[in-house]
Write a protein that binds this ligand. Structure first.
Ligand code: GRF
Length: 217
């Protein structure tokens, strides 16, 4: 079966991009990354794409007079690469409703919280300030409202005593690196159906565990 042609949009470090690159390198994986676009020149993720032999472009948003013009250029590149799915991976630009509509149900994002809790920035600091005991990440289809849309995969991790923002971020990031490749695989296998505001996933088993934190008590 043809592999799902996937583009990844980044702004920085690209560790999630790397997780997707590594997953796609496994024989039989149902998706391939055909293009990586960064909106920031020198984004570290670009080197990861180049090292993997993947076409990488920089499209600096600052070079465009409007969001619409910037996005038109993105769409041009995505169409030329025949991308069937676009993955946002640490892409720090808000997309207009018209771009989101153009890629509806073919545009996914990863966010470092268990949505709908903590949309937006500084998720880990906010979670720590609230004293939550479970944190995590979410892969979701993108809708016009930021960090909102049908959820494909979530991963949960405990908040540990003494965690600071960096420690919690690192634990969630490790979970992101498992969640994003799983979401990409499920989508590429055609197992994810969007029904209204929710995803229904064919043949996906749920883990038979309860994550309780603290574990003694
Ligand atoms: C991740 O935490 C992701 O959830 C958020 O931005 C960060 C990107 O990290 N949207 P990286 O560039 O993938 O390393």
């Amino acid at each position: 079966m043809a592999r799902l042609k996937t583009a990844v949009l980044i702004s920085g470090r690209g560790s999630n991009l790397q997780a997707l690159i590594d997953a796609c390198a496994v024989p039989g994986f149902p998706a391939e990354i055909v293009l990586v676009i960064a909106n920031v020149a020198g984004a570290a993720g670009l080197a990861r794409a180049q090292a993997a032999g993947i076409a990488a472009r920089t499209i600096p948003h600052r070079d465009y007079k409007s969001r619409e013009q910037f996005e038109a250029r993105l769409t041009e590149e995505l169409a030329a690469a025949e991308a069937g799915l676009v993955c946002l991976a640490g892409f720090m630009r808000i997309l207009t409703p018209s771009f989101v509509a153009r890629w509806r149900d073919r545009l996914v994002n990863i966010h470092p919280s268990l949505l709908p809790a903590y949309p937006g920035m500084h998720t880990h600091a906010r979670a720590l300030a609230d004293g939550v005991r479970i944190a995590g990440c979410t892969v979701h289809f993108v809708r016009a409202e930021v960090d909102h849309g049908p959820i494909v995969v979530q991963a949960a991790v405990p908040v540990l005593p003494g965690d600071d923002e960096a420690a919690l971020a690192a634990r969630v990031l490790a979970a992101e690196h498992r969640a994003y490749p799983l979401a990409l695989r499920l989508i590429a296998e055609g197992r994810v159906r969007i029904e209204g505001d929710r995803c229904v996933i064919d043949g996906a088993a749920a883990p038979g565990v309860v994550l309780i934190n603290p574990s003694d008590g």
